[in-house]
Ligand binder design. Structure first.
Ligand SMILES: [Cu+2]
Length: 446
């Protein structure tokens, strides 16, 4: 029975990853229970990846795999989903249609988790929680109360059967905007809503919530939440690399990092061809009694890039196939959340990667899909190729030093990023009708 994942390698000289071994044992037990062969390591057992050339506008999926939600202001998000044995939830053909747009605007061809790398501070354990545990197989069944006001969809998990494991619902986001008129006699305000799509997957004792939000204002937010329990086998943090969470100087939970990667295949305006741009702003302090000045420069990212976040630096992916009604090319800006960049591995050393699309390049580390001998991590795929069909990889790290509150269950800690529309529409997509004429410099110039 092929319980061992072919691709699961141990780093040379690394200690045996005990958790992976325990999970393999569990998979074996489950498999015996179900009387089925466990083929978790074979990506072939997952639903096939969407081909990048697939048209992004019309969701090409049956009703069970379709998500469609109209939000405040008339914005509609549409997408398909499928389930991957390793990384779980995959969103396909995501499109955005705010009120006033005649048709859906394709945004993403594919979006999903690409790894959760968990190195412990003492160098004794290091896990790839997506490819190296039963993450994808261990989809959790959701109780109705976990998906308030929403729908829990059934997921066919290969070898595991049907799991009521995908929640789609909406959630309030507070003010979408507010504007008072000059006389103070009128206030335009709106309360925004997000479409929320999520799953919960277990990786040993941790439970990961993979959450995607789609806002009525066009923003997409991806967050990975970690909850469940601390690893009961990693309480050897009395070596100065842990934190006591028992009484007195006891129960030193070993500190560790969660380095989460996402893989995004943009399909802006239905085309896989996109441009990538980096912006940097430099502030010059004033001379004498002057005022500081700031200069922003744009750098075209024409070749594969391992990018490092920096104050006043950002990237955007720009459509080559469509413009908004102001004649500006549509784009999405990458807005990373807080990160603790982990310099311990070559693939965790950078915050964002842009690589030229290659079908087999699916996981940021421990990638099982390319030919033998091919590099298995995203940093190695950055080798000077010209970007025609860029794939975006985002790395957000969290250094987890446990605290007393982590027992029990552990409160969710979140890490993630947003994709913010930049010139996707010519105006705020939620502009109320009586302000629709206010595009560009106001006539009063005020
Ligand atoms: Cu943790």
């Amino acid at each position: 029975m092929p319980v061992d994942r072919q691709h699961h390698r141990l780093a040379p000289g690394a200690p045996l990853r005990t958790r992976a071994r325990r999970r393999a044992a569990l998979a074996l037990a489950v498999s015996a229970l179900l009387g089925t062969a466990v083929t978790a390591g074979s990506p072939a057992s997952a639903a096939p990846e969407q081909t990048p050339e697939a048209p992004a506008a019309a969701p090409g999926c049956s009703a069970a795999y379709r998500i469609e939600q109209t939000l405040d202001g008339g914005t509609t998000w549409r997408m398909c989903w499928h389930y991957n044995t390793l990384s779980g939830l995959v969103l396909d053909n995501v499109s955005y249609q705010p009120k006033g747009e005649p048709k859906p605007i394709p945004v993403l061809t594919s979006a999903r988790l690409a790894q959760i790398h968990v190195p412990y501070d003492d160098g004794q354990e290091e896990y790839d929680d997506v490819t190296g545990t039963d993450f994808g197989l261990a989809l959790q069944s959701l109780r109705p109360g976990e998906c308030p006001g929403g729908t829990i969809k059934t997921v066919k998990v290969p070898d595991m059967g049907n799991v009521k494991g995908l929640c789609t619902t909406t959630r309030a986001r507070g003010h979408a905007y507010r504007l008072a008129n000059d006389e103070g006699t009128k206030v335009w305000q709106a309360q925004g809503k997000d479409l929320l799509v999520y799953t919960v997957n277990k990786a040993s004792w941790y439970e990961y919530i993979t959450e995607w939000r789609f806002g009525s204002d066009g923003t997409i937010t991806a967050n990975e939440g970690a909850t469940g329990s601390l690893s009961p086998y990693d309480y050897n943090g009395g070596d100065g690399r842990g934190w006591p969470i028992g009484k007195g100087a006891r129960g030193y939970a070993e500190s560790h990092a969660h380095n989460v990667f996402w893989r995004l295949d943009f399909g802006l305006d239905g085309s896989s061809k996109a441009k990538v741009e980096q912006y940097d702003s430099k502030v010059t302090p004033p001379r004498g009694n002057g005022i500081p000045k700031t200069k922003t420069t744009r750098t075209a990212v024409t070749k594969e890039l391992a990018g490092d976040a920096k104050s006043m630096r950002w990237w955007r992916v720009v459509s080559t196939a469509g413009k908004n009604k102001d004649g500006h090319p549509r784009s999405y800006e990458i807005v990373p959340g807080h990160t603790d960049k982990f310099p311990g591995r070559s693939f965790t050393r950078h915050d964002v990667y842009f690589t030229e699309y290659k079908k087999c390049e699916q996981y940021a580390s421990d990638n099982p899909n390319c030919r033998d001998g091919a590099p298995t991590s995203v940093d190695k795929w950055v080798n000077g190729q010209t970007l025609k069909h860029p794939i975006t990889w985002i790395n957000i790290g969290f250094h987890h030093i446990a605290r007393d509150e982590d027992q029990q269950p552990m409160p969710v800690h979140w890490q993630g990023f947003a994709l913010v529309p930049r010139d996707v529409t010519a105006m705020n997509p939620l502009t109320p009708a009586d302000l629709a004429g206010e595009n560009g410099q106001p006539e009063e110039g005020s």
